[in-house]
Design a protein around this ligand. Structure first.
Ligand SMILES: Nc1ncnc2c1ncn2[C@@H]1O[C@H](COP(=O)(O)OP(=O)(O)O)[C@@H](O)[C@H]1O
Ligand SMILES: [Mg+2]
Length: 243
């Protein structure tokens, strides 16, 4: 099952992606591949997984390479390097795109990420992709199957309208095959009334997540340190049941 998380910066994409990974692990739903496709990479920190290299690092290295060992082509070399970019950690593997240098590299990093993803998704029971705001980078050339898109918004009209715009952009991306498009309204204070969220966004409202103090505390890796019984993990387990 491929789950992709999208939405405006700061809405809680990486937090929710990391909570999904932790909750799936808790339920023994593995193996899991966690993909950080946002150049502003935070998923590894949230999951407390240290990684050695990113796809962008590999591109930089390969660029500088003049002589490959005899008989090894650049694609073969790249494939080998990409395997090295997967960090294995207790039931979850992490693949990080990193920050490509310049627009050409950005494009190349995304092409490589998509091509490689297509090859390896079948090896995993669950793939969780933490994206940039929209999913422009996943939408070119190579078709990408996504079972559940989770578009994250805050509980404001402006936030919901932004989610609608992102949804409309995603609808126009021909290479994305998305089975279900869902809305999550995140950081909702008690008492907030969320009428019309589905009408505004055109999305199926699958979860309303509270503002959890346990998540907003500014420590280094809040998600990996959360207690198994914490309220935010419970609510994400509930969400997974609905997928
Ligand atoms: N439900 C929540 N309750 C409280 N704080 C949250 C919640 N979800 C996210 N946050 C906080 O909001 C901030 C932005 O979250 P983050 O996941 O980094 O957003 P994004 O990846 O969309 O940019 C972080 O400080 C995070 O701890
Ligand atoms: Mg993020």
């Amino acid at each position: 099952m491929v789950i992709a998380v999208a939405g405006k910066g700061g809405t809680g994409k990486s937090t929710i992606a990391a909570l999904l990974v932790r909750s799936l692990l808790l339920q023994d739903k593995k193996p899991i591949l966690a993909v950080d496709a946002d150049p502003n990479s935070t998923l590894g920190d949230f999951l407390d997984i240290k990684y050695n290299c990113t796809i962008s690092d590999i591109i930089e290295e390969t660029k500088g390479l003049r002589n490959l060992p005899d008989g090894i082509s650049k694609p073969t070399h790249l494939e080998y390097q990409l395997q090295q970019a997967i960090t294995e950690s207790r039931g979850v593997d992490l693949l990080v795109m990193g920050r490509p240098e310049g627009p050409d590299c950005y494009c190349m990093a995304n092409n490589i990420l998509r091509g490689y993803l297509q090859k390896i998704v079948a090896n995993y029971s669950y793939v969780v992709i933490d994206n940039e705001a929209g999913m422009e980078h996943l939408s070119r050339k190579t078709s990408q199957n996504i079972d559940h898109l989770l578009l994250i918004s805050d509980a404001t009209i402006i936030g919901l309208e932004t989610a609608r715009r992102i949804k409309e952009l995603i609808d126009k991306m021909p290479f994305l095959n998305i089975r279900n498009k869902n809305l999550i309204v995140n950081k909702v204070d008690s008492g907030t009334i969320l009428a019309n969220a589905e009408q505004i966004t055109g999305l199926n409202l699958i979860a309303i997540l509270a503002h959890y103090d346990e998540l907003s505390q500014q420590n280094d890796s809040p998600i990996s340190k959360l207690d198994n019984n914490s309220a935010s993990i419970k609510s994400i387990i509930h969400l997974i049941e609905k997928l």
